[in-house]
Design a protein around this ligand. Structure first.
Ligand SMILES: Nc1ncnc2c1ncn2[C@@H]1O[C@H](COP(=O)(O)OP(=O)(O)OP(=O)(O)O)[C@@H](O)[C@H]1O
Ligand SMILES: [Mg+2]
Length: 380
């Protein structure tokens, strides 16, 4: 669908419009390049020029990764960071949404001012309102003194609303007012306070679905979704796995005092690249931390990885009954064999002599099978 400039400008304030125009111009350029059959790499954007160099950045803040998916994230941040427009960050759990939100802040003119995060899903509903908006003395039992809320703490900076889909409907209207007129009233206070905050929100739930189900206000959704940044799951950015693994390895080695460890063996790296990482970057980070703890060295080996990363738990076992439509016998037997071989290797900490004994094979046969099946340390 062609991108036109016909977004409902009247619905957005100056800052939002400026961000929308920037992204719109970028999309139009990409579209032009695509229809001309050309490369989609940076094209000059005549109307909105924000950086001396038009190359999209290859890194941003502490976000590690150079995959196409992440570069798209950097590109959008780069286009809108200088504005104060609202950004909605979506993505599965553990993909790095908070890090991206911080990168928006750090790339903005507000970087020297506070970045204040509020986890809307972790604060009980009864407390969230006063936590966000603050309260006046005597506003409720226990309110012994006036207390500023997180919005006031973020003044001049960025307010990060994490798990924004969890904000109760009763508070959504108050939040909408901040986004529309940049003002609010603390709990128990009739005064109106001005707020100069940039809002970045994050969610791993489908907000459109929440809107359809009546759990999230549609007007608030549109106000939050001015600029949408989607952080792709790690399984869709395989090229980042090695970079991130090296990054977390260096951190863990330092933290745990393991200068004897030199890095990952080829087979360990291959297993990590092949694994789909359902828990995304957080799971990779934890896996490396555990591996650095367990590794005898000098390299991190497959036996230092959790069984599921080695494919042990997920290896298909093959059907017990002949399916209606028939079967590929060779691959079913293969899957059956692989599963038992991997279990034997895991049980013996990848000691091939003992694993072969467990399987009733001699060592040479097992080594040949591993090579042929590309399992473990011969896999690379
Ligand atoms: N690209 C990245 N580079 C470096 N570290 C990363 C990257 N992405 C995520 N991490 C690290 O992975 C962990 C999870 O990231 P983060 O908390 O930002 O994810 P999230 O999407 O907010 O997760 P959740 O939905 O569970 O809140 C953090 O420790 C973060 O520092
Ligand atoms: Mg988070």
């Amino acid at each position: 669908m062609p991108h036109t400039s016909e977004f409902p400008v009247a619905a957005f304030d100056e800052e939002d419009q400026s961000g929308l125009r920037a992204v719109h111009a970028e999309l139009a350029e990409i579209e032009k390049e695509l229809s001309a059959g050309g490369d989609i790499e940076p094209a000059p954007v005549p109307r909105v020029s924000m950086r001396p160099s038009l190359m999209p950045p290859r890194s941003m803040g502490s976000v590690v990764g150079e995959s196409i998916g992440l570069r798209e994230v950097y590109r959008v941040i780069d286009r809108v960071a200088h504005t104060a427009c609202t950004v909605l960050v979506t993505g599965e759990s553990g993909t790095g949404k908070e890090l991206v939100a911080r990168a928006v802040h750090e790339s903005s003119p507000r970087a020297a001012r506070p970045f204040v995060a509020v986890n809307c899903g972790a604060i009980p509903e009864a407390l969230l309102e006063s936590e966000l908006f603050g309260h006046a003395k005597g506003a409720f039992t226990g309110a012994h003194a006036t207390k500023p809320g997180r919005i006031a703490m973020a003044e001049g900076g960025t307010l990060f609303l994490d798990e924004v889909g969890e904000i109760p409907l009763s508070l959504q209207v108050k939040l909408l007012r901040i986004l529309q007129v940049r003002e609010y009233s603390p709990v128990g206070d009739t005064r109106t306070v001005k707020a100069d905050v940039r809002i970045v929100a994050a969610t791993n739930v489908d907000l459109e679905k929440a809107v359809a189900e009546g759990k999230f206000r549609e007007d608030l959704y549109y106000r939050l979704n001015v600029i949408h940044v989607h952080v792709p799951p790690l399984r869709e950015r395989a090229t980042d796995v090695a970079l991130l693994a090296a990054h977390f390895f260096a951190q863990a080695r330092e933290r745990m005092g393991r200068p004897d460890l030199t890095g990952f063996s080829q087979s360990t790296l291959k297993l990590m690249i092949d694994y789909p990482w359902p828990g995304n970057v957080r799971e990779l980070e934890n896996t490396i931390e555990r591996a650095v703890l367990l590794a005898r060295g000098p390299q991190v080996e497959p036996k230092d990885l959790p069984a599921k990363v080695c494919g042990l738990a997920s290896e298909p076992r093959g059907p017990q009954q002949l399916p209606q439509g028939g079967i590929d016998l060779r691959s079913a037997v293969d899957a059956f064999e692989n599963n038992l071989i991997r279990q034997a290797l895991e049980r013996t900490s990848w000691n091939k002599n003992r694993a072969a004994a467990l399987l009733g094979l001699n060592r040479t046969t097992l080594v040949e099978m591993l090579k042929r099946k590309r399992i473990g340390s011969n896999a690379a």
